[in-house]
Write a protein that binds this ligand. Sequence first.
Ligand code: IPM
Ligand code: MG
Length: 359
Amino acid sequence: MGVEKKILVIPGDGIGQEVTSWGKRVLETIAENFKHKFTFDEGIMGHVAIEATGNPLPDETLEKARKSDAILFGAIGHAKYDNDPTLKVRPEQGLLKIRKELGLYANLRPIKLFDDLLHASSIKPEILQGADILFFRELTGDVYFGEKKRSEDRSSASDLMIYHKYEVERIARRAYEAARTRRKKLCSVDKANVLEASRLWREVVQEIAKEYPDVETEHMFIDNAAMQLIKDPKRFDVVVTGNLFGDILTDEASQIAGSMGMLASASVGDTIGFYEPIHGSAHDIAGKGLANPLASILSAALLLDISFGLKDEAQRVIRAVDATLRQGYRTMDIATKQTPNQFVLGTDAMGAKVLDNLN
Ligand code: IPM
Ligand code: MG
């Protein structure tokens, strides 16, 4: 007997609209093939929600989110806001608020290169081959949520970098648990040579490390980690870090997987899971049908695996993506000169190939 689940789809802004429809189609196909019953609802968030209601996260969307078993999200942001820092209501506030409200403190970003994309990265193939990293980015603390201030004359500004012990403990435990199921190596990234918040981070990770003597722990400063990631990505297994460092490091790490268009992420806490590509709204190509739908499709695979425990179904999706790449199908962002018999497709044609390979 299959499972019955409620999924909220929030396409968001820009290419989020185009790519998320493919993540959803993949979930529908899986439900059909495996006799599960997934019911879908849709919500608005980000620039589209500001336009419609004045609020980047309308209460209605938040209520729907709380009632769902998992959420598939697209992207957020609009160039209009990027170029006008004085705007008070901003699309990103919607995403930050939903993370906080749903207690999504752990952001998992798996970085793994599909064999057929070895040449899609700007990094040398011999450096990349075999790299397999799982990032745990803390998602509800740090400068993202610390107090923000602007002086009265508006000539100075500050964002408080703050971590509480319990916040570090819970993300560290999750990362250690994952390391146990992998190569048993954990690298904690901070800036403890300069920042007090990082010294607390390191202290707490050192404490938690004692509970996991079977996992090898390494501590690395963020600047060094940023360098090592490109120099020798294979040295990393599980990486755990704070919100800001994790944001930056995972964009960098996306190059190990060939393109931002390939990377999925899962944000989890104690209840509902939230799944999204790590790429942004890419307004330069939005609406043109050029975006890569694979990150959304792989986010759907993470959703099946983590929120629903449907491992076979998740593997089926990953294999369909792998098969599509093997057949030479590429979106613009992952096309390369080195690929023989390559077919460069738009969003919908690429999504359709994955569906064909699912059946
Ligand atoms: C991400 C994004 C977000 C973040 C933005 C859109 C607020 O870059 O999910 O990585 O900084 O967390
Ligand atoms: Mg980011």
